[in-house]
Design a protein around this ligand. Structure first.
Ligand code: 4AD
Ligand code: MG
Length: 430
């Protein structure tokens, strides 16, 4: 029976049968060192010409980088080997040849992006993908443990929610519809049935900027809750991020090590409270501590978010933004109608906005006015406005960019590595 490399290392001695791919190979005409890689780990295997059959030796000669093969042999401890163990091969069989593997050391990011379908096999990408899997699992686990139902919304949508400039239009039998920017307008009607709901689904943004934070297709973890206060929404967001990071720290120490991730900041995010401040206080801080003067009413840009992030070295929850810079559905503050109950979660280490959320406006007329101000036809939003007509309740929710969170957790240079096959303005292949 075949076992995994990790199981073999755990076993530590005796006969093992393994299969996988060649991570590296070298040798002479009497001896060949082949490092076997499977989904779990790598291990050095030694083939000695004198100790194996002629067929085995022939196959061993043909096993080069990324060829697939299986073997049986004896595992022994060997401090010099990359993972501390070595397999003395008794039989080895080539399964799939790999001639001229196109990835060598130190290749350009562009070439690796062109070869992403092969680059996925690297220890680097494999580690990120394992962490990504933990992150998705932990998001589901968090919401389900809190009594949320998983709810799905349509991807083809007839209206915008997050501004017309990032809409992808699709020719839908001759009429334009848009790819979802968010599930929100369909989630709000559903909380009147289910009260607490969440999803993880792709969202689409026609982002024309080339940045290290923007994808055109990204995975969006969203939640919506009936009867929730603005504070509740912030608390859920903080708890969710802490839960995800806790799980990654429990399950992915090895991967974090492969990625050279300093885990101190992750532990701090897990253990210490997030810092909450209003937009107005954020401007004050930028002025006093960073000598950056922002006119009240202007949105925070990447540079300002980064400066705030450097000051605090912890997640920041910035609240009460000016109404003009935020979406039409955010609730106006009762005591200060210039601001809305919207919040952005800004990650440490300059990873930018990870969560955007708000308490939702319940006043139908205010929503209509703001739609009109944005040049939208409220008629198209009848289905949405009905939520305010029939048994409206205070409610709110947020959306979290899953790749943004993964980028921070793994300390990636670019969000493109947080997803296996990134879609950006300049890339739709592989
Ligand atoms: O701030 P946004 O636009 O908020 C919404 O879409 C709300 N409707 C969510 C809600 O309340 N249900 O997007 C939410 C998050 C951002 O904070 C960011 O993390 C991520 O989605 N995001 C992107 N991630 C990758 N690439 C992009 N182009 C992104 N645009 C937004
Ligand atoms: Mg936002």
């Amino acid at each position: 029976m075949f076992i995994s490399v990790k199981e073999a290392i755990k076993k530590g001695s005796g006969e093992v049968k393994l299969r996988g791919w060649c991570y590296r190979a070298r040798g002479s005409n009497a001896l060949r060192f082949i490092i076997l890689r499977d989904a779990t780990d790598i291990i050095q295997c030694v083939v000695e010409k004198d100790k194996v059959s002629e067929e085995s030796w022939d196959d061993a000669q043909k096993i080069d980088v990324e060829a697939s093969f299986e073997l049986s042999g004896e595992i022994v401890e060997d401090k010099r080997a990359p993972t501390g163990y070595e397999v003395k091969v008794k039989e080895i069989k080539l399964i799939g040849e790999s001639i001229g593997w196109p990835i060598q050391k130190d290749q350009s990011t562009e070439l690796l992006a062109d070869l992403k379908h092969l680059w996925l096999r690297s220890r680097y990408m494999t580690s990120i993908l394992k962490i990504r899997s933990t992150v998705f699992g932990a998001i589901h686990e968090y919401f389900r443990s809190k009594g949320f139902y998983e709810f799905q919304s349509p991807i083809f949508q007839a209206t915008q929610a997050e501004g017309g400039s990032t809409l992808f239009s699709v020719n839908y039998f001759g009429k334009p519809v848009y790819l979802a920017q968010t599930w929100q307008l369909y989630a709000e009607p559903a909380i009147f049935a289910l009260e607490k709901i969440y999803t993880i689904a792709p969202s689409f943004r026609a982002e024309k900027s080339k940045t290290s934070r923007h994808l055109t297709e990204y995975w969006h973890a969203e939640m919506e809750v009936a009867w929730a206060t603005f504070k509740d929404i912030q608390d859920y967001g903080e708890e969710l991020i802490k839960h995800v990071i806790k799980r990654v720290l429990e399950k992915n120490q090895e991967e974090l090590k492969i990625l050279n991730r300093d885990t101190k900041i992750l532990e701090k995010v897990r253990d210490e409270p997030f810092i909450r401040m209003t937009y107005t206080d954020a401007l004050k801080e930028l002025k006093e501590k960073c000598n950056i003067d922002i006119e009240w009413g202007k949105d925070l840009r990447t540079i300002e978010e980064d400066e705030l992030s450097k000051l605090h070295n912890q997640f920041l929850i910035v609240t009460n933004y000016p109404k003009e810079v935020k979406a039409f559905y955010m609730k106006e503050d009762d005591t200060d109608p210039k601001v809305v109950h919207g919040c952005d979660f800004i990650a440490p280490e300059c990873y930018g906005e990870i969560i955007g959320g708000s308490e939702r406006e319940s006043d139908l007329e205010k929503i209509r006015t703001r739609l009109l101000d944005q040049g939208e036809d409220p008629e198209k939003y009848t289905f949405y406005l009905d939520t305010r007509r029939y048994g409206s309740v205070p409610h709110g929710g947020f959306g979290m960019g899953v790749e943004r969170l993964i980028s921070f957790i793994c300390h990636l240079e670019n969000i493109k590595d947080a997803i296996p096959f990134p879609r950006t303005m300049l890339r739709t292949t592989p």
